[in-house]
Design a protein around this ligand. Structure first.
Ligand code: DI6
Ligand code: FE
Length: 402
């Protein structure tokens, strides 16, 4: 067993009296990949102390759960710097999408890239997340939009999880955009998505199913067909909902007991109530809000009032959030959306785990995974406060330093 002392631990446990579940002068014991004991050092049972063969002095570091990014499109080809220029010359994200740019241009670049090229480009991005204490990261497909191409993306995502010391969760986002070969035939493309899903699932490539419900993407009726297919396979669903307009996506997703609804700038009261009843997490993406220079802030107060859990994610993607820093998202969740630093940190730990349907992480407590990060800060709020600093000293994944 391994022991860490001379640290304070933000456990993020909900039953704790202290903000952040903070324990000053804490001790943590890991047994293999799991935590055996977390508490005040003075309360550590003597026999556990004696059983620890490896002892680590954390030198006063703050320890938090390993960070969890529950919404990324990390695997893609090319970039969209040209589109960034177009937008700065007056074009809007929606106009570019309708003109065949936007997601479609990334689809073209992604299809043209080999698995090795995608792996290289995506690994570079992933390493930046790893440097900031991320131990679990979700990756969506959705830039292939045909069976072999979606398979390529999901295989690259799985391979990244295998070669790097973190957990990658994969999400099939076949219903992300209409591929050019299906122009004007969205329902036919949904048929295609329904054909892809069971095959990719049978290959062990799919942990969850997502869709983009928006006037520039798919209608609630079309998303509904995808979700029915997911449900029939026993796969959990989540939805890109109410990002640019209110299309009732949150209610639809809640009807399918979605793990999460993501974006939510235009969420209605009915949508929030439905999410609360279904236990769906609200995943907020301040990077996309910032990068698209949106002005409509997600209804935070409404989410709080309905008791909807809030997670924060990077949405790492080439078009609306070319971002590889979850720490920066913590800051933006506070400055742009007015979350408290404690809510923001819960958003990349406990609630992010919930948004992925994982109940063995996101909180530091006995029986949970020994995934945690050591930070060179005195107080947890410093993680959300700094812009562009990376105070991560070390990350422990499944009980081992990486
Ligand atoms: N919403 C987003 O913000 C990303 N996907 C989605 O459905 C953007 C994807 C892109 O522009 O490439
Ligand atoms: Fe997204």
């Amino acid at each position: 067993m391994k022991l860490w002392t001379h640290c304070s631990v933000a456990t993020m446990a909900t039953d704790a009296a202290q903000a952040y579940g903070l324990i000053e002068d804490a001790a943590m014991v890991a047994d293999g990949a799991m935590l055996r004991w977390v508490g005040p050092r003075t309360a550590l049972p003597a026999e556990l102390d004696a059983a620890c063969t490896q002892r680590h002095d954390a030198q006063g570091a703050l320890i938090t759960p390993g960070l969890i990014d529950c919404h990324t499109h990390l695997v893609y080809g090319g970039d969209r710097a040209r589109e960034f220029e177009l937008r700065l010359n007056g074009a809007t994200y929606e106009e570019i999408a309708r003109g065949g740019g936007g997601i479609a241009s990334t689809v073209q670049a992604t299809r043209a890239a080999s698995a090795e090229q995608l792996m290289g480009q995506s690994r570079t991005r992933l390493r930046q997340f790893l440097c900031e204490g991320v131990t679990t990261l979700e990756i969506k497909s959705g830039y292939g939009l045909e069976l072999a191409q979606e398979r390529k993306l999901l295989q690259v995502a799985r391979a990244l999880g295998q070669e790097q010391a973190l957990d990658v969760r994969t999400t099939f986002l076949g219903a992300h955009a209409l591929p050019p070969e299906f122009a004007g035939r969205a329902d036919d493309y949904i048929d295609e998505v329904l054909a892809m899903l069971p095959r990719l699932h049978a290959e062990g490539l799919v942990d969850a199913v997502d869709a983009f419900c928006e006037r520039i993407a798919f209608s609630p009726a079309q998303v509904s067909r995808v979700f029915e297919a997911a449900q029939a396979l026993g796969l959990p669903v989540k939805l890109h909902a109410e990002q640019l307009s209110d299309s009732g996506g949150a209610q639809l997703a809640a009807h399918f007991a979605a793990l999460s609804c993501d974006h939510l700038e235009w969420l209605s009261e009915e949508g929030a109530a439905a999410m609360a009843a279904a236990g769906s997490v609200a995943v907020l993406l301040p990077g996309a809000f910032y990068f698209l220079r949106e002005t409509k802030v997600p209804p935070i107060e409404m989410l709080r009032r309905h008791g909807v859990a809030i997670a924060i994610a990077s949405d790492c993607n080439p078009g609306s959030s070319p971002c590889t820093s979850l720490l920066l998202m913590l800051n933006m969740a506070c400055t742009l959306f007015r979350l408290t630093p404690e809510e923001a940190l819960a958003g990349v730990t406990r609630h992010a785990a919930q948004a992925l349907g994982l109940n063995d992480r996101g909180v530091l407590a006995a029986g949970m995974r020994a995934d945690f990060a050591l930070w060179d800060v005195q107080r947890p709020a410093q993680l959300a406060y700094a812009l562009g600093a990376n105070p991560c000293l070390q990350t422990i994944f499944k009980g081992a330093p990486r």
